[in-house]
Design a protein around this ligand. Structure first.
Ligand SMILES: NC(=O)c1ccc[n+]([C@@H]2O[C@H](COP(=O)([O-])OP(=O)(O)OC[C@H]3O[C@@H](n4cnc5c(N)ncnc54)[C@H](OP(=O)(O)O)[C@@H]3O)[C@@H](O)[C@H]2O)c1
Length: 282
C-alpha cells in the first residue's frame, strides 16, 4: 500500500474537515504530498498542521489553498497556481460538499443553487481545470457522491439531484479519460460522523430524522480507509460498509423493493408524528 502513494501529489477539495481531512491524514501517513482546498482560511491552516503530523518523512509537502469550488473563475486561478507551485496532481479527490436537507418547498432556489454549485459544478470546475495537466501523465480522480447519489432520500431533493449527477458525470468521464491513463472513481459514503453531518440535523425533516434514528454513523477515518483501499484496487465505485454495498445491489436489481421499504418507513413515521408537536410537514 505504502509504495502506491509514496511521493505522489494528492489534491483534496474539502480537505479541511470530515472525510476529506481523514483521507488527507491517511494519505500523508502513506508518504503522499498533500494539497488541501477549502474556503475558510483558519480551518485550512489548522488542518494542514494536523496533516503534517502524519507525514512519514521531512521530504513530504503539505500545503493548503483557499478556493470556492462553485466559482469557476476562482477555481481556474487557484488550480493554475497549485500546479505551478505544488506540481500537478497524481490523485484528485473531489470531496468538498454541502447538504441542506428540508422539505422540497422549504429548500428554495438559493439553497438548491448553492448545493448544485458546490456538489456538482464544483466537481466539474476542478476537474476541468486539472484534466489538461493530468492527461500528460495519467492519474486518478475520485468524485465524492453518496448513498443519496443512487437512492432518493426524503428531504434531500437538492442533495440527491447533485449527487446523482456526480455518478453520471463520473461514469461518462471515466469512459473518456481511460485512454489517457486517468482512472475515475466514485465514493458513496453512508451517513458519516462529520461536522457536515451534524449541521444537517438542524434542517432535516422529522420524518428523515426518525426514520434513521438509531442507525450507526460511520467514522470518517473508516470511510477514508475504505476509500484508499478502493483506489488501490482500481474500483470504479467505492461504497464503504456492508449495508451500503448491499443497498447498491438491491437498488440495481430490485428498485421497486427499495422504494416500497423507504415509503413504508416514512409512512410509519408520519403516522407516529401526526398530531405531535414534531409534525413539521408543510
Ligand atoms: N458526512 C456524511 O454523512 C456524508 C455522507 C455521504 C456523502 N458525504 C459527502 O462527503 C463529502 C465530505 O462530507 P463531510 O461530511 O466530511 O463534510 P464537512 O465535514 O462539512 O466538510 C466539508 C468540506 O468541504 C469544504 N467546502 C464546502 N463548500 C465548499 C466550497 N464551496 N468550496 C470549497 N470547499 C468547500 C469545507 O470547508 P469550508 O466550509 O471552509 O469551505 C470542508 O472542508 C461531501 O461531498 C459530502 O456530500 C458525506
Amino acid at each position: 500500500m505504502e509504495k502506491h502513494f509514496e511521493g505522489k501529489n494528492v489534491y483534496i477539495t474539502g480537505g479541511s474537515s470530515g472525510i476529506g481531512l481523514s483521507a488527507a491524514k491517511q494519505l500523508a501517513a502513506l508518504g503522499a504530498n498533500i494539497l488541501i482546498f477549502a474556503r475558510t482560511k483558519e480551518r485550512l491552516e489548522a488542518a494542514a498542521a494536523d496533516i503534517g503530523k502524519h507525514c512519514l518523512s521531512e521530504a513530504q509537502r503539505v500545503s493548503a489553498l483557499q478556493i470556492d469550488v462553485g466559482d469557476n473563475e476562482n477555481v481556474n486561478t487557484v488550480m493554475s497556481r497549485a500546479v505551478l507551485e505544488f506540481g500537478p496532481p497524481d490523485l484528485l479527490i473531489n470531496c468538498a460538499g454541502r447538504a441542506y436537507p428540508h422539505y422540497f418547498e422549504k429548500i428554495g432556489y438559493e439553497q438548491f443553487d448553492q448545493t448544485m454549485k458546490t456538489n456538482l459544478y464544483g466537481i466539474w470546475n476542478t476537474t476541468a481545470a486539472l484534466v489538461p495537466e493530468m492527461k500528460k501523465r495519467g492519474g486518478c480522480i475520485v468524485n465524492v457522491s453518496s448513498i443519496a447519489g443512487f437512492i432518493g432520500i426524503f428531504g434531500y431533493t437538492a442533495y440527491c439531484a447533485s449527487k446523482f449527477g456526480v455518478i453520471g458525470f463520473s461514469e461518462a468521464l471515466r469512459s473518456e479519460l481511460r485512454s489517457y491513463g486517468i482512472r475515475v472513481a466514485v465514493l458513496c459514503p453512508p451517513d458519516t460522523d462529520t461536522p457536515g453531518f451534524a449541521a444537517e440535523n438542524k434542517t432535516k425533516p422529522e420524518e428523515t430524522k426518525e426514520a434513521s434514528k438509531g442507525a450507526k454513523l460511520m467514522p470518517p477515518d473508516e470511510v477514508a480507509r475504505q476509500l484508499i483501499i478502493g483506489i488501490k484496487r482500481g474500483r470504479h465505485i467505492i461504497i464503504p460498509g456492508l449495508d451500503g454495498k448491499i443497498t447498491w445491489r438491491i437498488k440495481r436489481f430490485f428498485p421497486a423493493l427499495v422504494d416500497a421499504v423507504l415509503n413504508s418507513q416514512i409512512k410509519k413515521v408520519q403516522k407516529r408524528l401526526k398530531g405531535t408537536h414534531m409534525e413539521a410537514r408543510p
